[in-house]
Design a protein around this ligand. Structure first.
Ligand code: ZN
Ligand code: MN
Length: 147
């Protein structure tokens, strides 16, 4: 949990540096994003803190995510069906593995990623700035019929 707190602190510092106030509801949103367990959607975050902030709207959560995204502190995983998910724990581009049944999303550690980026640059003569690498499959819980 220690690095999750550190991650939340980093996001708070970045907001303050950019002149944004840290309200209790903003901090609650940040804390969920800093952990990013399962890569929450806007609705997931809203559901998790709604009880503590009954007057807060879904739009408030959304606006906060847009702000954090603009500061480079949240990575948005967009999907064609509009079910976007968010990672505030690792805001830099990184690969994901997505379960097509339960929509679980995890971060694999790929030793071959740096090699792959070099290979793409060499083959296409592009300077690579960013990447989006998603693997789709069925997670072990779903395979076991528990998902
Ligand atoms: Zn699954
Ligand atoms: Mn991730």
């Amino acid at each position: 949990m220690a690095d999750h707190n550190q991650r939340a602190d980093t996001i708070v510092r970045k907001l303050r540096e950019n002149g944004h106030k840290i309200t209790p509801q903003r901090l609650a949103i940040i804390k969920i994003l800093a952990v990013s367990e399962g890569h929450p959607s806007v609705e997931d975050i809203y559901e998790q803190i709604r009880a503590d902030f009954p007057t807060m709207s879904l739009a408030t959560v959304y606006r906060n995510i847009v702000l954090l995204k603009s500061l480079g502190e949240v990575l948005e995983l967009g999907f064609p069906d509009g079910s976007n998910r968010y990672d505030g724990n690792k805001p830099a581009p990184h690969p994901h593995v997505i379960c097509i049944r339960c929509k679980k999303i995890v971060d694999p550690v790929l030793d071959s990623l740096d090699e792959m980026k070099k290979e793409v640059a060499l083959e296409t003569d592009f300077k690579i700035l960013n990447h989006r690498l998603d693997f789709f499959g069925i997670c072990s819980s779903c395979m076991a019929g528990k998902g």
